[in-house]
Ligand binder design. Sequence first.
Ligand SMILES: [Zn+2]
Length: 82
Amino acid sequence: MFRSSNEAPLPLDFDSESILIICPHCCGKFEETISRLKYEPRLSCHYCEKYIDVNLLELHGALESVRKSTHDLLKKLLSTDK
Ligand SMILES: [Zn+2]
């Protein structure tokens, strides 16, 4: 049996997550993984094939808010007093 050795030990690794990209040229929507955006912040639209520059600062800001809400969610899930 062959198993991948680079399995993420924590569920809070967003690199393999996909986020929704909305093309500013044609408003086409498609998903791209976060790791791909980190290494290649410039991507071409799946529909009109024009280039989209991803604002990495905004991406990191979005990830930070996801992290925060995930943290809040975990706190809610782990709290026993309902
Ligand atoms: Zn497009």
